[in-house]
Ligand binder design. Structure first.
Ligand code: SF4
Length: 267
């Protein structure tokens, strides 16, 4: 069995949702425009580091979805996302703060770790490079709102960065956030993950894997307004027995658990 950060965080959010998705094969339909655009944008970033025309790459990748029926957020459209993407790529090139010396090796790098009990943990790190001259692990995010950067040190609690640091043994990590808003912005956030945080993440992951392998998939309890995670859960239709919600949100893919680690590429 191979595990990934996405699986562990899904299990911690709601064990029942984990079972629906990874064991029963209920996957969310791939119709979220923002998520698909994020993937196209990351491909364009890769081409930027390979000294290719990144805006042409973005256009080529995103054009493949021009006539698809995608779910856009209010006020979003294919054109609007494209123009925001171009603006962000131009700003990123002007800032010139990130260097990836060997893009063929240092982008989308696979790390694999054997865990006690014979299973593996796999991570795909977006990049290893330099931010403002310091070497670090880099994770790209495209989003519509700024990441909180206060209070100081908040980023060191980010579980995904802790996971990448645990997998690679590298303590310096950076989040480069491409914010798609009226005036696009790029946040360059950097932190250091301590040995203790790495160890803690390892314990959380081992604990979750033990629970998964013991077959514990209770629905998450204690849900209260306004933080009702069920409202944004793509598997809500299964919990409510609503065929209409199931049909609109999910698609069933038997055998999906073999490819769980690929979900890392969606983050
Ligand atoms: S609807 Fe709520 S309880 Fe059901 S799988 Fe989703 S998060 Fe869990």
């Amino acid at each position: 069995m191979t595990y990934s950060y996405t699986q562990i965080s899904q299990y911690l959010r709601c064990p029942r949702q984990y079972r629906y998705r990874y064991l029963d094969g209920w996957r969310e339909r791939d119709t979220r425009a923002a998520m698909i655009f994020g993937r196209c944008f990351e491909t364009a970033l890769s081409s930027y580091f390979c000294r290719e025309d990144s805006t042409a790459t973005l256009f080529k990748e995103w054009s493949q979805h021009r006539d698809s029926t995608l779910e856009y957020r209010k006020n979003d459209s294919w054109d609007r996302l494209y123009h925001q993407g171009v603006h962000l790529l131009e700003r990123f090139a002007q800032d010139d703060r990130v260097r990836i010396e060997h893009p063929k090796q240092d982008l989308q790098i696979q790390f694999k770790r054997s865990l006690p009990g014979g299973c593996n943990f796999v991570s795909y790190v977006d990049a290893i490079g330099e931010l403002d001259g310091s070497r670090c692990i880099i994770d790209w995010k495209t989003t519509t709102s700024r990441y909180p950067d206060e209070p100081e040190g908040l980023l060191s609690l980010d579980p995904q960065l802790a996971c990448y640091s645990w997998m690679t043994g590298v303590s310096d990590v950076a989040l480069i956030v491409f914010v798609r808003k009226q005036i696009p912005e790029i946040q360059y956030l950097k932190t250091s993950i301590s040995d203790e945080k790495r160890r803690e993440f390892g314990e959380v992951a081992f604990h979750a894997i033990r629970e998964i392998e013991a077959g514990n998939f209770q629905p998450h309890s204690g849900i209260r307004f306004p933080q009702n995670g069920c409202l944004s859960c793509s598997h809500l239709g299964l919990c409510l027995g609503s065929q209409q919600l199931i049909d609109s949100k999910l698609i069933r893919r038997p055998g999906a658990s073999d490819l769980d680690w690929l979900d890392q590429l969606e983050d």
